[in-house]
Design a protein around this ligand. Structure first.
Ligand SMILES: *Cc1c(COP(=O)(O)O)cnc(C)c1O
Length: 381
């Protein structure tokens, strides 16, 4: 009989036969055990399909990856520690010294920063193209253009892009297309069905949905590309904890229901804000008066809860007064979760004023609409 210290160190028994549950078990592991030396020596062949090391995935990771691939309309999904890590994973995977990247003029800010500052340092060049380029993207290609980013609608300004046209032009040029699809999720728009090579999501937003987790995903159709992404994520040491996978898995069953509600409430609010005397502009593609509406109508199945506007009063004091008067929209970054949020950012030049971004949460739609209207009323008196 071994000493109790040794007994307590023996691995626990595995899941008892006959146990079934609706919940995904959470498996924690750095070390994965092998039955013999032969399987230990060939463990790299298991990376991305089976079990070789905790970093490559546990049953909890694979359960989430499978569900996300389903959500994206098929293929494979890789998990990374944040939405931003999904962006850097794609760039790390496909870019080499001397390559050129095209970014839309309006895009998630850190996408520009990391492309310029980090990949720029490693000999990658980037330039911007107008969000409304469509097929006209062709004139911006250079011989070494390897990657084109699209984000539709764009962060903050919510400008729409003709993604299928851009993807077709990029393909003709031999460039790859990566789309940040966080706003719509694949329930609203499936990038991989429209010629996009890499579909990325900040799972932090709608999939997580409860403001308590950071995670990102990159989905692809091509099995070789999936391998390359997995290998790159492994080289970078990108790892996601099974506890967070569990939270993301918990978000998925209610994703469709939440998104429908975010969308319906945001549309109601946007309709109430149309033509409001305190506003200089309003951005929400599902609204027929939005300049991107035709593209949205053509390509998207569903809207979402994020809209933005600028105030007629351009001074910071007006934004401060508006935000302070809100009752249900709390001031904070991120979005996509159950609570309503407000965020503000300066427009390109300070004298142009401020952009207000609202994430419409799951509170009662009329309460939210009345809250914004009463806060705006304070600006027109
Ligand atoms: C939030 C966000 C990201 C980054 O996600 P994190 O998980 O916060 O890193 C990327 N793209 C868009 C459009 C986002 O809104």
């Amino acid at each position: 009989m071994a000493d109790i210290a040794t007994e307590l160190l023996q691995p626990p028994e595995h899941i008892p036969a006959g146990f079934a549950s609706l919940s995904q078990g959470v498996f924690h592991a750095s070390t994965i055990l092998f039955p013999d030396v032969a399987s230990f020596l060939t463990r790299q062949e298991q990376a991305g399909v089976g079990y070789s090391y905790g970093q490559n995935g546990t049953p909890t990771h694979y359960a989430l990856m499978e569900k996300l691939a389903q959500l994206e309309g098929g293929g494979h999904a890789v998990l990374v520690p944040s939405g931003l890590a999904a962006i850097t994973l794609v760039s790390s995977c496909v870019l080499s010294h001397g390559d050129h990247v095209l970014l839309p003029a309006a895009v998630y800010g850190p996408t520009v920063d990391v492309t310029r500052e980090l990949f720029g340092k490693w000999g990658v060049r980037c330039s911007t193209y107008p969000n409304d380029a469509g097929v006209g993207i062709a004139q911006f290609f250079e011989p070494r253009t390897r990657l084109v980013w699209v984000e539709s609608p764009a962060s903050n300004s919510l400008e729409m892009q003709d993604v299928p046209a851009i993807a077709a032009a990029a393909r003709a040029h031999g460039a790859l297309v990566a789309m940040d699809n966080t706003w719509a999720t694949p329930l609203g728009f499936r990038p991989l069905d429209h010629g996009v090579d890499f579909s990325i999501q900040a799972l932090t937003k709608y999939v997580g949905g409860h403001s308590d987790l950071l995670m990102g995903s990159v989905a692809v159709r091509d099995a070789d590309r999936y391998r390359q992404l997995r290998d790159t994520a492994e080289l970078l040491g990108y790892y996601v904890s099974p506890d967070e996978c569990f939270l993301a898995l918990r978000g998925l069953p209610t994703l469709a229901l939440r998104l429908e509600r975010h969308y319906a409430s945001a549309l109601k609010l946007a309709q109430a804000l149309e033509g409001h005397p305190a506003l200089a502009s309003l951005h929400y593609p599902p609204l027929p008066s939005d300049p991107g509406h035709a593209l949205w109508q053509r390509d998207f199945k569903l809207g979402s809860g994020l809209l933005s506007f600028t105030l007629r009063k351009r001074e910071l004091a007006a934004v401060e007064k508006f935000v302070a008067a809100l009752r249900y929209f709390r001031l904070g970054n991120s979005w996509g979760a159950v609570h309503s949020l407000v965020a503000v950012s300066p427009l390109r030049a300070p004298q142009q004023g401020w952009l207000v971004r609202l994430h419409v949460g799951l509170e009662d739609a009329d309460d939210l609409m009345n809250d914004v209207l009463q806060a705006l009323a304070g600006l027109t008196q």
